[in-house]
Ligand binder design. Structure first.
Ligand SMILES: [Zn+2]
Length: 136
């Protein structure tokens, strides 16, 4: 479940849809699946599979997006752990120890979500990158 295998047929279908909609294929590739990225008419950059992609324009952004990538993968692990525990609950029922562990995992997810929100909103508050260039 943790593999990021891409359904090629689905990817191709989605790519042709994007092109038909007037999107432009970029030379950049998705950091998650390696597919080419597309620029929509709205200016948004998307991956055919993963949807909106954040393209880093500075070292600082590279760091932020690396952090988000790491958080995402930790979250995946936690979610699959929860799914595993659900099977345990179905078999053995809930005991106090299990409840504590479930709560612990949910807290991890909550914190990850919060950090991601903070990191991404920091970026938004910097303003539109295309219209405001920072001079030093
Ligand atoms: Zn992708």
């Amino acid at each position: 479940m943790s593999s990021l295998k891409v359904d090629r047929a689905q990817a191709l279908r989605k790519m042709s849809e994007l092109l038909r909609a007037g999107a432009m294929m970029l030379s950049d590739t998705c950091p998650q699946c390696g597919l080419p990225l597309f620029k929509l008419r709205s200016g948004e950059v998307v991956c055919p599979i993963h949807g909106r992609v954040y393209v880093a324009r500075s070292e600082e952004e590279v760091e932020k997006f690396t952090l988000i990538g790491v958080l995402d993968s930790v979250e995946d692990v936690v979610v699959s752990k929860l799914a595993e525990m659900r099977r345990g609950i179905e078999q053995k029922g809930l005991d106090e120890d299990l409840i504590r562990r479930v709560i612990g995992l949910l807290e991890v997810i909550e914190r990850i979500e919060r950090i991601k929100r903070e990191v991404l909103s920091e970026r938004r508050s910097e303003g539109s990158l295309s219209s405001r260039s920072q001079k030093r």
